[in-house]
Design a protein around this ligand. Structure first.
Ligand code: C5P
Length: 407
């Protein structure tokens, strides 16, 4: 089966030109090409159904959905307020995160240094599953890209000698050791030998069960913050390497934004952003989320794409994002577990044909990415059960952390 004929889910738009192409200047450049893509891009970037209960997360995110519908008509940074409340009254109001600074270090009322960071999420521009491993994981080959849909996090050293404290107003977020943030702080202490505990405040925006790596982004941000607060005792390369111990999707956040990931996802190779960071994008997600292990288990290996991952990468670089290269092997199992998601994708494809968007699922779902348009179709805008957000691809310089784009 050719890579083209394997695109049963990608529903190619016959005769359509690639919807999302790199600019001419960027196609004349690359890592081999001298970095103009990155330079140019950086300028631009700154349970509803009981039958699914074992597979799907029922949503208690309706207020978050409203928040995001809100964001659709606003600048990204403007939807961020104080996160001081609920934090024992000790943290100062979080400084507004802007694209000009990656973090704000300040003193909190206890005299401890406090650091405020943006905690990004990711999409997969393509996702091929290479093989099922004996340890239950799957080797994959995927172009991950960090995006600016993200959470807000504040960190300070704690005087506790026994535990970290995680605060989050979202009642659906566990605050104990099952949270990747606490796992990340435990990992930091185990690897460095530093017996330092932390206060963490988390303001969630990224939905769970979305295929966006929101919790993984929180864990990466926690590792970065703990290291900063402790005087940069570890290198970013060490943080990247360590992060694979607690999850497969965390390491990508130690890339510079665009990364070709293999292994479980933890082997990260930085690549030049294949698309301009100014590329328009929106995300649409049903209120039901999907469980990653369940979707991996439901994957029928015989029904995967046959496309070579490196050919997909080449095509992405040469032609931009197209229905031919925006392949996600997890779409078929996700749509089999949640048929409404496949139907949503089809409706989004239909509704965005005129915009020339390319529509595909991120990770193990349930987020559908609309690449190449900022306009959420009317039917989706009118559906209060859908999460909707504008987003942009982002990158960072080594040594700095991610910040939202200016969009
Ligand atoms: O590593 P992480 O905790 O994010 O993975 C969650 C689950 O997703 C794993 O326990 C496994 O079932 C599945 N997974 C997989 N192959 C991967 C990544 C995740 O099978 N590469």
């Amino acid at each position: 089966m050719s890579s083209r004929s394997s695109l049963a889910f990608a529903t190619p738009t016959p005769g359509a030109t690639p919807a999302v192409k790199r600019s001419l200047s960027s196609s004349a450049s690359s890592s081999r090409r001298g970095g103009a893509v990155g330079a140019g891009a950086r300028r631009g970037g700154g349970g509803k159904n009981a039958a699914f209960s074992s597979v799907l997360f029922s949503s208690s995110h309706s207020h978050r959905h409203r928040q995001h519908q809100h964001r659709m008509g606003r600048r990204g940074g403007e939807n961020r307020g104080s996160i001081g409340r609920g934090f024992r009254g000790k943290m100062t109001t979080m400084a507004s995160l802007s694209s000009s600074s990656s973090s704000t270090m300040q003193q909190n009322p206890d005299g401890f240094a406090q650091i405020d960071l943006f905690s990004p999420s990711k999409i997969n521009l393509f996702l091929r599953i290479v093989r099922r491993r004996e340890d239950g994981y799957h080797d994959l080959a995927s172009l991950f890209h960090v995006i600016d849909l993200g959470d807000e996090m504040s960190f300070a050293k704690s005087s506790s000698e026994t535990k970290d404290t995680l605060v989050c107003e979202d009642a659906s977020i566990p605050l104990d050791e099952s949270n990747l943030v606490i796992k990340a702080l435990n990992l930091f202490r185990a690897k460095t030998g530093i017996k330092q505990y932390f206060w963490v405040e988390l303001k969630k925006t990224v939905p769970s069960g979305a295929g966006l790596g929101g919790g993984s982004g929180n864990a990466a941000t926690a590792l970065y913050a703990a290291n900063k607060l402790c005087g940069d005792v570890a290198t970013e390369e060490e943080l990247l390497e360590w992060s694979g111990d607690i999850g497969s999707d965390i390491s990508v956040f130690f890339s510079t934004g665009a990364a070709y990931c293999t292994g479980r996802g933890e082997i990260v190779e930085d690549v030049e952003p294949p698309l301009p960071l100014t590329t328009k994008m929106c995300l649409v997600k049903p209120s039901i989320g999907l469980s990653t292990p369940t979707i991996f288990k439901a994957l029928d290996l015989d029904k995967r794409s046959k496309a070579e991952p490196l050919d997909l990468l080449k095509s992405l670089n040469a032609d931009g994002c197209t229905y031919e290269n925006a392949i996600n092997d997890l779409e078929r199992p996700a749509f089999s577990k949640l048929p409404e998601l496949g139907e949503l994708k089809d409706k989004l494809i239909d509704a965005t044909k005129e915009d020339g968007a390319v529509v595909f699922m991120s990770g193990s779902g349930s987020t559908i990415v609309l690449l190449g348009t900022d306009t959420v179709p009317k039917f989706a805008m009118e559906d209060d059960d859908l999460f909707k957000s504008k987003a942009r691809l982002i990158s960072r310089k080594k040594g700095e952390w991610f910040v939202p784009s200016n969009v």
